[in-house]
Design a protein around this ligand. Structure first.
Ligand SMILES: Cc1ncc(COP(=O)(O)O)c(C=O)c1O
Length: 303
């Protein structure tokens, strides 16, 4: 079944969605992005994703030439046009990529020369890369590459200039194919994963880096909110690799997998090397919130 994508004002078949090689997405990678997921075919926190998208657009000075309400309308239109391609048990991504449009070599970047390129697509939620980690936990590894400093590119701007994250993730996976990157900033503080935020539980307190050096993840905020509802104390603070190596529990958060437990950090067992009770409570609370067993849904894709 052919999926349809939104391309700058039109719904077109996925295979016919073509953009110019002169688009700034390709010429400059100055593209902002969002990835939202559904639970039971209902987009999760779409308003929050669109709000963050508009903050990224503002900071990159890309004019989307439409209001957030219109963006939401065309997002839902795209999603609904594809709903029949998803089976009842299947969820999907809804991805926004918005570039400044055509890029003329040598042009003044403060002047957007035409319409932005607005790309919105949906794809089946492939949870296979993370499914086994809910039970066994993944291995957090610090790559050689450090975060692009916030002073150069604020990580809160969710953008598609992904080379630094891609290299960092490759470096971690060359150490261990089961690894997920734990990228440090230039001061050696824990920042984030190539596509997720990082948490540690120590003496019952759930701790995560402040957004000085990482994306203000929507799953990060959801995990903090759930913890507060469960009476688990939370702290947004500076974390060193030491804090992860000595933590009782560790996990990552991101839109597709919500919470991914980590039971090893740079070769050290985290706590007793098993997925811990706070991580399990948060996963259960998240499943309850969305009315779907998050772990079972992912595991069904590999069993
Ligand atoms: C660099 C980076 N950090 C963190 C996240 C997690 O953000 P969210 O929870 O909003 O998916 C992402 C998501 O893609 C990301 O790309």
């Amino acid at each position: 079944m052919t999926r349809l994508v939104h391309l700058s004002g039109e719904l077109v078949a996925e295979q016919d969605a073509k953009i110019s090689i002169f688009d700034s997405a390709i010429m400059l990678a100055d593209t902002v992005t969002e990835s939202t997921r559904t639970f039971h075919h209902t987009p999760f926190k779409l308003d929050e994703h669109i709000e963050r998208l508009y903050l990224s657009l503002k900071l990159t000075r890309i004019d989307p030439q439409m209001s957030p309400a219109e963006m939401k309308r065309i997002t839902l239109e795209t999603f609904e046009a594809n709903l029949h391609t998803y089976e009842a048990h299947e969820d999907c991504w809804i991805v926004h990529n918005i570039s400044r449009g055509l890029s003329i070599a040598g042009a003044d970047p403060t002047k957007q020369v035409g319409a932005p390129t607005v790309m919105i697509f949906t794809q089946p939620m492939n949870l296979k890369p993370w499914a086994k980690f809910y039970k066994q936990g993944c291995h957090g590894v610090t790559p050689m590459s450090r975060m692009v400093p916030s002073q150069s590119l604020d990580p809160r701007i969710k953008n598609r200039s992904r080379l630094p994250y891609t290299l960092a993730e490759m470096e971690a996976k060359l150490v261990d194919p089961e690894a997920q990157s734990v990228i440090l900033d230039l001061d050696g503080h824990v920042a984030e994963n190539k596509g997720g935020n990082i948490f540690a539980v120590s003496k019952g307190v759930l701790r995560t880096p402040t957004t000085v050096n990482c994306l203000a993840g929507i799953s990060r905020a959801a995990a903090l909110e759930l913890a507060q509802q469960l009476g688990i104390p939370t702290q947004e603070t500076v974390l060193q690799p030491y804090d992860l190596a000595t933590a009782d529990e560790m996990f990552f958060t991101s839109t597709p997998y919500c919470i991914m437990p980590s039971t090893k950090f740079n070769g050290h067992a985290v706590g007793d090397g098993q997925v811990g009770p706070v991580t399990k409570r948060l996963l259960a609370a998240w499943s309850e919130l969305v009315g779907l067993d998050i772990v079972a849904q992912a595991e069904a894709q590999i069993n």
